[in-house]
Design a protein around this ligand. Structure first.
Ligand code: NDP
Ligand code: MG
Length: 384
């Protein structure tokens, strides 16, 4: 059970829900971070009284210092983020940053012996082997926050030592599940931001619409639970009631069910191994919708196929894929790339990358591969 927590990305969708959970559980919050939303950060400081906060943007950090100086220390930039990620009084760091920016803070937290509650899937996709190895060596826990991985983690408990046959990773299918290939060419940013079952940050909402979110989660599952690619099967499950399932050798399938509310997996990670009363809405089996499943259509949604390929070839290719996807999503959100060109851009960048045999990579290698991928993606975008 977490006693004292740092939240990286406290002003985001996961960060704000995590603070709600902290209030309910009585977890102390000693550090917070934001990129630039200092108004929300200020109200979080007033409510949770952290000893220090990081504002990534230097100008906003000076403004924050002017507002709360004396009450709370304010640091900034990557150095500030690393300082907050290794605060001595914290036992756990919730990494709710979005994107590969979360890699260095995650490693800093592990090096200083903190458990990590991990929402920041881009870090696990790009550098999962490195993160898991350092966590094992430092004997710290990586507690998944992503709802599917929290479900898998829960389904694995009590079955240690038994071989997993298949992990069924469920996906809602996103807002465009029923759209034809032609219709997908014309979808807008505001169409893509309307997720049927979850309210989340913009980046993951676009990833959910393109199904890249499931591609990222496929690799995240392989790294977190040491699975081969052929042990993970993606299933479209539009009701989002089953958050994922694990099938064992004997044919038994264990699933975790619940209403779609990220506070439950966040609470599970923070209260682990306990299950205190939550006060959240509950699933009523008598009124819950009939459950349905279908395979993903990788013809209309090529992103999962690209992730399977990156996972299969391994090395730094997942980092390249992730970097290209971050650029593609940013370009789509600012109106510089159509929805169906997101996978085209990623495929182009992955196709230009030859160096896939690097297995024993460092954080610098990952960040170099990420930068390489972003440069290629920008070249491609310049060509449009
Ligand atoms: P949001 O965009 O809502 O929040 C991101 C947070 O990170 C904000 O606090 C933001 O600060 C901060 N941030 C953004 N960019 C930077 C940067 N360059 N440097 C430092 N801080 C930065 O994202 P979500 O909460 O939706 O997602 C966070 C992570 O969790 C992602 O990896 C996502 O895939 C994963 N996840 C999210 C789920 C959800 O339901 N939202 C579900 C499962 C996983 P500011 O507010 O100032 O911009
Ligand atoms: Mg998820």
């Amino acid at each position: 059970m977490t006693e004292t927590l740092v939240i990286l990305g406290s002003t985001g969708s996961i960060g704000t829900q995590a603070l709600d959970v902290c209030g309910r559980l009585g977890v102390n919050v000693c550090g917070l971070s934001a990129h630039s939303n200092i108004d929300l950060l200020e109200s979080q400081i007033n409510e949770f009284h952290p000893r220090a906060v990081c504002v990534m943007d230097a100008k906003r950090a000076s403004e924050m210092k002017r507002r709360v100086g004396g009450v709370c220390a304010v640091v900034s930039g990557m150095d500030g983020l690393l300082e907050i990620a290794s605060m001595p009084e914290a036992d756990t760091i919730l990494n709710a940053l979005v994107g590969i920016i979360g890699l260095r803070p995650a490693l800093a937290a592990i090096e200083s012996g903190k458990n990590i509650a991990l929402a920041n899937k881009e870090t696990m996709v790009s550098a999962g082997e490195l993160v898991m190895r350092r966590a094992r060596e430092k004997r710290v826990k990586i507690l998944p926050v992503d709802s599917e991985h929290s479900a898998i983690f829960q389904c694995l408990r009590g079955n240690e030592g038994n071989r997993v046959k298949t992990v069924y990773l469920t996906a809602s299918g996103g807002p465009f599940r029923k759209k034809t290939k032609d219709e997908l060419k014309r979808v807008t940013v505001s169409d893509a931001l309307k997720h049927p079952n979850w309210v989340m940050g913009h980046k993951i909402t676009i990833d959910s619409a393109s199904l890249m979110n499931k591609g990222l989660e496929f690799i995240e599952a392989m790294r977190l639970f040491d699975l081969r690619a052929d042990q993970v099967t993606v299933l479209i499950h539009p009701e989002s009631v089953i958050h994922s399932m694990v099938e064992y050798e004997d044919g038994a399938i264990i699933a975790q069910l619940g209403v779609p509310d990220m506070r439950l997996p966040i609470q599970y990670a923070l209260a682990y191994p306990n299950r205190p009363e939550s006060g959240f809405n509950r699933l009523n089996p008598l009124t819950c919708p009939a459950l349905s499943f279908e395979p993903p259509d990788t013809e209309r949604f090529p992103c999962p196929r690209l992730a399977f390929e990156a996972a299969d070839r391994g090395g730094l290719l997942p980092a390249v894929m992730n970097g290209a996807n971050e650029e593609a999503v940013a370009a789509f959100l600012r109106g510089g790339l159509s929805f169906t060109r997101i996978p085209e851009l990623i495929e182009y960048v992955m196709g230009s990358y030859n160096n896939t045999d690097k297995k024993d990579y460092s954080a610098d290698d990952v960040l170099d591969a990420d930068k390489w991928a972003r440069d290629r993606a920008r070249e491609y975008l310049g060509d449009n």
